[in-house]
Design a protein around this ligand. Sequence first.
Ligand SMILES: [Zn+2]
Length: 130
Amino acid sequence: MRRAGRFHAWGWRWRPLNRAWMRRGPNVCASCGRRTCAQCKAVFHVTTRPPRTEGVCDHCGGPLVQREDDRPEAVRVRMATYEKNTAPLAEYYRQRGLLLPIPAEGSPEEIFSRTVAALYARDGVTAPVP
Ligand SMILES: [Zn+2]
């Protein structure tokens, strides 16, 4: 685990984030909703950033397509590879009591808030009021 040792050296901030990205959740296929303009390459998302007209680019009127690597099967293969490669890293930190699991469901903002709250809770301090 020489590689994990290097991650460890980056400092505490990186440790919970590693886990957050590994967590499987209902949004495991968030990129499956992504649609890319065939002409100008603008990126949309069927639920989080839909175009004004379904299947049509807001910017240039070009057709929106699903890229090959955003298809569910391709995403599943990518996730499986990622899980296989990062599982030993999670175990490395779990054994040292350094793993802080963060559920990665919801929007990026929700996940970020959850991460910050978990860090404050772990360190036994109250989060500052923004
Ligand atoms: Zn376009």
